[in-house]
Unconditional design. Structure first.
Length: 198
């Protein structure tokens, strides 16, 4: 389980493409927190299993066929920067919102307005997912916990402060950038309960 508060950034140092899967090797800017082979690490919001811990800063993980289909990992390449979040413990503060690391879909940057103290970004998702866009609701974008506003049809805005820009890859976004989207788990459970038996 994660909270959408990014711990550090990393870089893809190797990607091995297989027939229906892949393997990535990622170097972190900061040391891996409590490194154990088999631990979960969120990379751009995707919960990956660290199959190999290679020193204090590098780990390797396998990417399944399903993950390649549903996330931006199908296009990720050597040299790309990524957001990194370590799993929370029972003693951690829940500063963002509950994030599973299970990506629902991808979206894309529709517009960016740069202001003095923050940037305003408009994102767009497929029409079938607009039901999860809740005014002032939580959403994880590339693993970053953000708050939606001005939700209209399949588009929504987020405001990103300088600290978040400094700590994440959001500063590199431009129009058309594809991102991983995880909607709030509470909304998905409510939908499941309401539709049960239909």
């Amino acid at each position: 389980m994660f909270t959408g508060i990014i711990n550090t950034k990393g870089k893809i140092v190797k990607k091995i493409n297989r027939e229906k899967s892949a393997e990535v090797e990622i170097r972190l800017n900061n040391e891996i927190k409590n490194p154990v082979s088999g631990m979960s690490i969120a990379v751009n919001g995707v919960c990956l299993t660290a199959g190999k811990i290679i020193g204090k800063f590098i780990f390797a993980a396998d990417i399944s066929e399903e993950t390649l289909k549903k996330t931006t990992f199908k296009k990720i390449k050597t040299g790309d920067e990524v957001n990194i979040e370590f799993p929370i413990t029972i003693n951690d503060f829940l500063s963002g919102h509950l994030v599973q690391g299970h990506i629902d879909t991808t979206g894309k940057v529709n517009n960016i307005i740069r202001k003095k103290d923050n940037i305003l970004i408009t994102f767009e998702v497929k029409k079938e997912y607009e039901k999860y866009l809740v005014e002032k609701g939580s959403i994880a974008i590339d693993g970053v916990s953000l708050t939606m506003f001005n939700t209209q049809n399949n588009k929504f805005n987020v405001s990103v402060i300088p600290e978040t820009l400094k700590r994440t890859i959001i500063s590199s976004y431009k129009n058309g950038t594809e991102v991983n989207i995880e909607f709030d788990i509470i909304g998905k459970y409510v939908e499941r309960f309401l539709n049960k038996g239909k």
